[in-house]
Design a protein around this ligand. Sequence first.
Ligand SMILES: [Zn+2]
Length: 84
Amino acid sequence: MKDDPSTMSCAEFQAQLPDLIGSGKNMADHPHIQSCELCRTLLADLETIAEAARQLFTNVEPPDEIWEHIETAIKNEETSFRHS
Ligand SMILES: [Zn+2]
């Protein structure tokens, strides 16, 4: 069966890998990962890279907070203007 995940080839699996990772599913549960050591190693490497990327992004302020700072700055500005 062509669409059966447990019988797919490594090439088929790796072609779907970006979508699978993007979908947020637990990759360790994938039948191909459980039966194929090669792709398990590949996935471990990818997860290391993804983890490193997440660490980089935690140093960047999320946009929501930036807008809050801007809003606060504008409000402070208005307040000091009214009081002067
Ligand atoms: Zn494989």
